[in-house]
Design a protein around this ligand. Structure first.
Ligand code: PXP
Length: 260
């Protein structure tokens, strides 16, 4: 199983203060040393975290392949074509959302999508579509000739969170349902069955399969055990954990600096 580490949240922290600290470039070597296989970043239209210069520097300096997530806005696709990352993952984007809340609605006849894919592939950039685990979107992805799909695991993570009180949920997308545990368990199992069926189907269609969104240390295993999924892209839970695993060392280091 390949692991793409999404480092957007390092930029979120930096942008909160509009300073140069923490730098994203320092994270690249750490991701590689720790066994990450890919750097994943999202150049959003509102530039709320990753900036154009970050994307440029990361693609230039990363020791690992870079997966650049982007919307199909022509301005963004032109930038991606110029930057030529290893892969571009096309995602839906809404200005008001806090994160990518669902997969793309893939319509094979969509001229914008066709055009974006053609432009990217002409630059030899692998194209992936971030889709909900849904048969129509998968078939449409096949018609569009993309190399990869990435299945949105947000619904799985949300059901898991409702069942086990887990941290991965995007709170405002969780319906306030007071469902019995047995129903939630069935829903979770069903979600995993669908994910497996569609991943197997994608593989048999010759499309490589990634998955991601809301995966964390508790819920990841069931998804990771699906053989036809080749790669997981994970951000929030990894960066959130750094705060706890790194806080002690950070305070000790500051103590050393101010010791007298
Ligand atoms: N994959 C894609 C396409 C995404 O947009 C995101 C969120 O930025 C992720 C994976 C990672 O999701 P999370 O931060 O919840 O792990």
């Amino acid at each position: 199983m390949l692991l793409g580490v999404n480092i957007d949240h390092i930029a979120v922290l930096r942008e909160a203060r509009r300073v140069a600290d923490p730098t994203l470039i320092d994270a690249l070597g750490i991701v590689k040393r720790a066994g990450g296989d890919q750097i994943t970043i999202h150049l959003r239209e509102d530039r709320r975290h990753i900036q154009d210069s970050d994307a440029r520097d990361i693609i230039h300096l990363s020791p690992l392949p870079v997966n650049l997530e982007c919307a199909i806005a022509p301005e963004i696709i032109d930038i991606v074509c110029e930057l030529t990352p290893h892969r571009a993952t096309i995602v839906p984007e809404k200005r008001e959302e806090v994160t990518t809340e669902g997969g793309l609605s893939v319509i094979p006849q969509s001229p914008e999508l066709k055009d974006a894919i053609k432009k990217l592939q002409a630059k030899e950039i692998e194209v992936s579509l971030f889709i909900d685990p849904c048969s129509d979107s998968l078939k449409a992805s096949k018609e569009l000739g993309v190399e990869w799909v990435e299945f949105h695991t947000g619904k799985y993570a949300n059901i898991y969170a409702m069942l086990y009180g887990n941290l991965a949920s995007t709170h405002h997308t969780i319906p306030s349902l007071n469902l019995p545990r047995a129903t939630l368990k069935q829903m979770l199992e069903q979600e995993l069955i669908i994910l497996k069926q569609l991943s197997d189907e994608a593989q048999s269609l010759g499309i490589r399969v990634a998955a991601g969104h809301g995966l964390n240390y508790q819920n990841v295993q069931a998804v990771a055990s699906i053989d036809s999924i080749e790669e997981l892209n994970i951000g929030q839970s990894i960066i959130a954990r750094c705060v706890y695993t790194g806080l002690e060392e950070a305070i000790i280091k500051m103590r050393e600096c101010i010791q007298r």
